[in-house]
Ligand binder design. Structure first.
Ligand SMILES: Cc1cc2nc3c(=O)[nH]c(=O)nc-3n(C[C@H](O)[C@H](O)[C@H](O)COP(=O)(O)O)c2cc1C
Length: 195
């Protein structure tokens, strides 16, 4: 065996979404965030375009992000669709997590690679990061609401007109017991073809 398969399996199966409301205010140190991002960028990607662009919000910058999200939600939501609970989540979550990473996607300038494949690659990078969080005992949460994936967010992050933000990834130390997960049994999701 080249690596510890049992440890790898344990980390994969133990990875859990932990919401910012369930994170403590203990600061995740910047060098640890760099380690997480250093693992993220080893994700597979079509054509080696390496489309991920991570925009990291720490400390007071999280407040700026929270204010932006609140304004953006108001700006893009018709009054009859406005939900106070959503607004509160949007503006409180960045302050509840020690680290918020906006998941930028930069399109290949010559458009060789499909948007879909660039998105897949960023998703693989997020999974690397989330698994690395698990190994460190950190909670992670990927959020993809409209306010954080729209053009306003893309522009605020300094991404180009063809680029996108695929949401926010929140990181923090859990204040709760590590959640239990659930998955359908394999036979429900796998079909074997043998002849
Ligand atoms: C692309 C993506 C987007 C997600 N967006 C949200 C979200 O907006 N709100 C939310 O509550 N959970 C979101 N999640 C987290 C899922 O709810 C979570 O992964 C799922 O419940 C399984 O739990 P686990 O991650 O602990 O295994 C998202 C997950 C992914 C992969």
């Amino acid at each position: 065996m080249k690596h510890s398969v049992s440890e790898l399996t344990a980390v994969i199966r133990d990875r859990r979404t932990i919401y910012p409301k369930d994170m403590t205010d203990r600061v995740v140190q910047r060098d640890l965030v760099e380690q997480l991002l250093g693992n993220a960028i080893w994700a597979p990607n079509h054509g080696m375009t390496q489309p991920w662009r991570f925009k990291v919000f720490l400390g007071e910058a999280r407040r700026r992000l929270a204010d932006f999200l609140g304004d953006e939600y108001r700006r893009t939501t018709p009054p009859e669709k406005f939900l106070q609970r959503k607004f509160d989540n949007m503006t409180q979550r960045p302050l509840q997590a020690s680290v918020v990473i906006a998941l930028g996607l930069a399109r290949d300038p010559n458009g060789r690679i499909s948007e879909r494949d660039e998105q897949f690659a960023v998703a693989c990078a997020v999974q690397n990061m989330h698994l690395s969080c698990t190994a460190h005992g950190l909670g992670g949460f990927w959020s993809t609401g409209a306010a954080m994936t729209g053009n306003g967010m893309r522009d605020m992050l300094g991404l180009g007109p063809e680029d996108q933000c695929l949401g926010l990834f929140f990181i923090g130390y859990p204040a709760i017991e590590w959640p239990k997960g659930y998955r359908k049994p394999l036979p429900e999701v796998v079909e074997w073809f043998t002849h």
